[in-house]
Ligand binder design. Structure first.
Ligand code: ADP
Ligand code: MG
Length: 702
């Protein structure tokens, strides 16, 4: 009965308008359905009683059985609290109440046996349970225990309003009583049969109130699969609809632009580059619009792939553009493209926020009349004033920094939707890519150009700073250059700049001028100073470049062979890997030195060890996803992910994700627009889950 699930949560008995407002504000729960799908984030085994003696700093929610030996009111007026001493024969703990003191005072008695449940915390020298659940250890209460109990995540405000775990249990219990038996299945029977999934009623009952460990895991399997399945189905359906709706510009021929560029290359393409170019060629020749994600580790040669793809557009009389997330990167693309493009005579221009007005106008005019064939730029490129004569290919570098909306803006640049090639150097684990870029086809450059030597990575602590400087001197004496990078994190920006300044001073003391030249680059500099210092290093006139992590995305200096990362423990894995990718681009053996403090958290230690153990970006990305979870994964937040996962976890549930995607693909292969009567439930469910919005937009086109 879908109508009932749409009811306002305030109408659930025991909730009322005030709590409803809080639930909505704090947790986004506004309907019966929202509450029904608000699952416990973990479970405690309530069949087990802990003893006070066992409590330590790792204790989460625990259950104790014992007696109260004294009750005191402590403190004055507003800071007053009720403290009940509780003992179970192995030790004592204080039960503390700041609220509802009067009520608890009446309820608690010295003598009888209680079951208490809560999360231990330390106050002063001793263990406390703040606002625990307290029940008399009656036969009845004890018989209710003995199963897994869900723990709902809550907030302080909710707690203060009496919306405790117990309250959640009560509300959800009431709700389940109301709706179980009336709920319509949300997965077709044939899918449940084929995948051996529990019925919806069973799953919802047991996700909240598990009958046993096995029942809980059946419930989880069903709900996770369902969540991933509908997510994939919606992504795949969007793709399928777009494939039908958007006819792509056809690039029929390969001509002089491509051939001249290709023949003038100073090196052969890698096998992976050839394969990806074939994939692109087949897309742009198909009559459908291309939407392809190109993943390739740092240094795998993505730029060249973009250049050759652009040449395909030019050969067919079209324009192409390359969009980069930063000025530095746009500049670099422009310059490396110039080099490749010279033999073909193609005209390429650079447009950024810094382009002078007069030059800008000339570029705009050239774009309109078609004489500018390739435009490289930053966000400036999608401004409304920029109009192309016939843009047919857009290459987007480092897409995760572009919002989905910005991507959409590209569509308005041209009469037909241009082909889109998204390039990313942040390797994304397959399962995450399936979801973040679920509507794109994926190509992988999984091969580095020959002759690259893997970067040797070591971890040193402060006591080896002398060794570090000696090593830098040796390398500089061999004619190499050195990066020294400091973290830059918004929250501690001030401190970071201070560290960088101090570091710069140390370096210039240890490497005095005129024998050594040290350049410095950071975000607080004036643009021209930054450009000057960057140039100094890029041209080989500075031996050392001290920088914040802004260099992460830029500069190709093949002669730089050492990357020193200060406070390396503060960087995420993929960022460390990106930074490391700045060296090892030339023929020389390169080194990455991770400097850290002595004390490292377990997680930092793991990260640093992994960096030392492997050069493989994909391996690191998988590990990163496992360690940090997808929520923290670089780019996940900005990517415009239009959904929240309630129960599935992109890192842990990848087998289910793959299964769900394959099922979605099979269904759409038979019924690309989900028009058949037997798929009606699927369409309805997508609508209920609000996973059909993009689809609506597209249906206007078709
Ligand atoms: P990415 O953008 O993937 O990090 P780049 O496109 O910047 O990598 O390429 C890194 C370097 O490798 C550049 O100097 C480029 O000219 C060079 N390169 C690209 N393809 C090849 C190849 N097939 N063989 C040798 N060097 C290559
Ligand atoms: Mg690049």
């Amino acid at each position: 009965m879908p109508q009932m699930l749409d009811s306002d949560i305030k109408y659930l008995p025991g909730v009322g308008p005030k709590r409803a407002e809080l639930l909505n504000k704090e947790l986004g729960i506004s309907t019966f359905r929202d509450l029904l799908y608000y699952f416990p984030f973990r479970y405690v085994d309530r069949s087990r009683f802990y003893s006070v003696r066992e409590i330590d700093s790792s204790s989460a929610y625990i259950q104790l059985r014992g007696r109260i030996t004294r009750i005191d009111k402590v403190g004055q007026a507003r800071s007053q609290r009720l403290v009940a001493r509780f003992t179970d024969g192995t030790g004592s703990i204080d039960l503390v109440f700041f609220k509802g003191i009067k009520w608890m005072e009446e309820k608690l008695q010295i003598g009888p046996e209680y079951v208490v449940f809560g999360k231990p915390s330390v106050f002063g020298q001793s263990w406390n349970l703040v606002h625990p659940e307290v029940d008399l250890a009656t036969e009845e209460r004890l018989s209710q225990l003995g199963v897994m109990m869900g723990v709902y995540s809550s907030t302080e405000k909710l707690h203060a309003a009496g919306i405790t775990n117990k309250f959640f249990e009560k509300m959800i219990g009431t709700l389940l009583d109301k709706v179980l038996g009336t709920l319509e299945e949300t997965l077709p029977a044939w899918i449940r049969d084929q995948k051996h999934l529990a019925p919806l009623d069973f799953a919802l009952q047991n996700i909240h109130f598990p009958g046993s460990v096995q029942d809980l895991s059946r419930a989880q399997r069903r709900l996770k699969f369902e969540e991933l399945f509908y997510l994939q189905l919606s992504l795949l359906r969007q793709k399928s609809i777009r494939m039908r709706a958007d006819s792509g510009v056809v690039f029929r021929r390969i001509g002089d632009y491509f051939n001249k560029t290709y023949e003038a290359l100073p090196f052969p393409l890698t096998g992976a580059q050839k394969r990806v170019l074939k994939e692109i060629r087949s897309d742009v020749g198909s009559g459908k619009q291309m939407n392809r994600l190109l993943q390739g580790d740092v240094g795998s040669g993505k730029t060249l792939v973009a250049v050759l793809a652009a040449m395909m557009a030019l050969d067919n009389g079209f324009q192409a553009c390359v969009m980069a997330p930063t000025e530095v990167l746009a500049n670099q693309h422009y310059h490396s493209m110039l080099k490749f493009l010279a033999p073909s005579g193609a005209r390429v221009e650079l447009l950024t926020g810094n382009t002078k007005a007069k030059e800008r106008e000339a570029i705009h005019a050239g774009l309109r009349d078609g004489s500018v064939q390739i435009l490289v730029g930053t966000h400036a490129l999608i401004e409304d004033t920029v109009q192309f004569r016939n843009l047919a290919l857009a290459v987007i570098d480092e897409q995760h920094r572009f919002g989905v909306e910005q991507r959409a803006k590209l569509w308005s640049k041209s009469a037909v939707a241009p082909h889109v090639l998204v390039m990313t150097a942040t390797p994304i684990p397959r399962t995450l890519a399936m979801t973040l870029y679920g509507d794109l086809d994926v190509s992988v450059l999984d091969e580095l150009p020959p002759g690259r030597k893997p970067v040797e990575t070591v971890h040193w602590t402060e006591n080896r700073r002398g060794d570090l400087y000696n090593f830098m001197r040796q390398q500089i004496a061999l004619g190499r250059q050195v990066f020294v990078v400091y973290p830059l994190i918004k929250e501690s920006e001030k401190m970071d700049y201070k560290n960088l300044e101090e570091g710069y001073l140390h370096i210039t003391e240890a490497f005095p001028a005129p024998q050594y030249v040290t350049a410095v680059v950071h975000g607080k500099q004036k643009a021209e100073n930054k450009a000057y210092d960057m140039d100094l290093f890029a041209k080989g006139r500075a031996h050392i470049l001290v920088a914040t992590s802004v260099i992460e995305v830029g500069v190709d200096v093949p002669n730089a062979s050492v990357m020193v990362i200060e406070s390396a423990e503060r960087f995420g894995l993929s960022q460390l890997h990106q930074l490391r990718g700045r060296v090892g681009r030339g023929a020389e053996k390169s080194y990455c030195i991770l400097m850290t403090g002595y004390k490292l958290s377990n997680e930092s230690k793991q990260r640093i060890e992994l960096m030392c153990a492997t050069n493989d970006g994909f391996e690191l990305a998988e590990a990163d996803l496992k360690m940090r979870g997808p929520g923290d994964f670089e780019g996940t937040r900005q990517s415009g992910l239009a959904f929240d996962l309630h129960i599935a976890d992109l890192a842990k549930d990848s087998p289910a994700l793959v299964e769900a995607r394959e099922l979605g693909e099979k269904i759409l292969a038979d019924d690309p627009l989900l028009e058949r009567i037997e798929n009606r439930l699927l369409v309805e469910q997508l609508r209920t889950l609000r996973l059909d919005t993009t689809v609506k937009d597209y249906s206007k086109i078709s």
